[in-house]
Design a protein around this ligand. Structure first.
Ligand code: UT7
Length: 331
């Protein structure tokens, strides 16, 4: 019997029009273009400015682009997963709203939250449903409106994050393409170093939590940086070794876009030259759940059927991991 694997068969993206440049940030906080560029690699990021528009607005746009490009009938989609750390609303699923708006009327849907690893973990979930034969079309969307949780007076976070969304469709494949292996990890030790302190069940919203700015994301940058470098490098190396892949076998590294120095350290550890590393951090900053699919959308035309892709991510929690995937189509 032929083995069924889970392949990505289409991608789509959406980023808001408003461009927040390093120059503009210089007028908002005590920072400068040179510091941001050398320490992070970021030049600009996109911000969803319009009032009344949340993460679903971008998720819907990204999904609609995918549907149009791939000529997919939304009524055939079985499952819509929205990977996000910034849902439209607490409790009410952003994915349910997104699925209805894109016409996926026969799908069920839910959100998946694992901070910057949300999309990576979502790939595992989407692939498992396909491999088991349970569903035929799983739409995984990574979307985050990071500007909704950023304190634009805090120079240690506001320079990093941006808004965006991108989507990938997972379908069965019998040629051995798609997801090959995964190595996913988490460690609760990270909870103190990157979080929004209030607004959850541990510390519900109050006048006090608002006054003290506890609804914004805060991180101990240096600590997160160290964990990110060592863990993203470790899992990338591990997935290569486990699959008997040499650096020559790898066509692309698809790394979470948090900091160019983290990306370079990961690439160096597995010996990959820069031309094989996907990078768009200079344009979008860290879009949390959207970084990996935004890379796929931006590099889609360079990808060839059979290419070996190594995904790697690290995020709050801590959560991290690597996935080995064979690309399934020429665009
Ligand atoms: O996506 C999920 C996970 N998140 C990450 O992976 C982020 C990981 N962390 C990082 O990327 C980096 O730690 C940051 C970009 C957040 C910070 O870079 P860094 O090289 O670790 O800088 P630092 O925090 O060690 O700060 C160095 C100096 C400090 O000044 P002193 O103490 O040396 O005088 C900071 O106050 O840079 C100062 N600084 C800034 N200066 C200009 C911090 N932020 C800024 C800024 N502009 N925006």
């Amino acid at each position: 019997m032929t083995k069924t694997t889970a392949a990505i068969t289409a991608v789509g993206k959406y980023v808001p029009e408003y461009v927040l440049t390093n120059k503009e940030l210089e007028t908002m906080v005590d920072t400068n273009d040179e510091w941001i560029t050398t320490r992070t690699g970021i030049k600009e990021r996109r911000i969803l400015k319009e009032e009344g528009k949340g993460t679903s607005y971008m998720a819907i746009k990204a999904a609609e682009e995918l549907i149009k490009k791939s000529n997919t009938n939304p009524e055939e989609i079985d499952l819509v997963i929205v990977a996000t750390a910034t849902p439209d609303l607490l409790v009410a699923s952003t994915a349910a709203y997104t699925a209805s708006e894109i016409g996926a009327i026969n799908a069920f849907s839910y959100d998946l939250q694992a901070a910057c690893s949300s999309f990576l973990y979502g790939m595992s979930t989407a692939a498992s449903y396909i491999e088991s034969g349970r569903y035929k079309k799983v739409l995984l969307i990574g979307a985050d409106k990071m500007s909704s949780i950023i304190d634009y007076t805090d120079r240690t976070t506001c320079i990093i994050f941006g808004d965006g969304a991108a989507a990938a469709l997972f379908e069965p494949n019998t040629e051995g393409l798609g997801l090959q292996d995964e190595y996913l990890r988490s460690d609760g030790i990270g909870r103190e170093f990157l979080k929004i302190a209030a607004g959850g069940s541990l510390l519900p919203a109050s006048e006090e939590t608002i006054k003290s700015g506890q609804h914004f994301v805060r991180q101990e940058g240096r600590t997160v940086f160290k964990f990110a470098v060592s863990n993203m490098s470790d899992v990338s190396e591990k997935i290569l070794t486990r699959n008997h892949l040499t650096k020559e076998d790898v066509d692309w590294l698809v790394p979470h876009q948090a900091n160019n120095r983290i990306i370079e350290a990961t690439a160096n550890r597995i010996g990959l030259e820069p031309s094989k590393v996907m990078v768009n951090i200079e344009k979008y900053g860290n879009t949390t759940s959207a970084t990996l699919p935004l890379l796929l959308a931006d590099y889609e035309t360079s990808l060839k059927k059979g290419d070996n892709l190594i995904f790697a991510a690290f995020g709050g929690g801590f959560t991290w991991g690597a996935i080995y995937l064979k690309w399934a189509y020429n665009s």
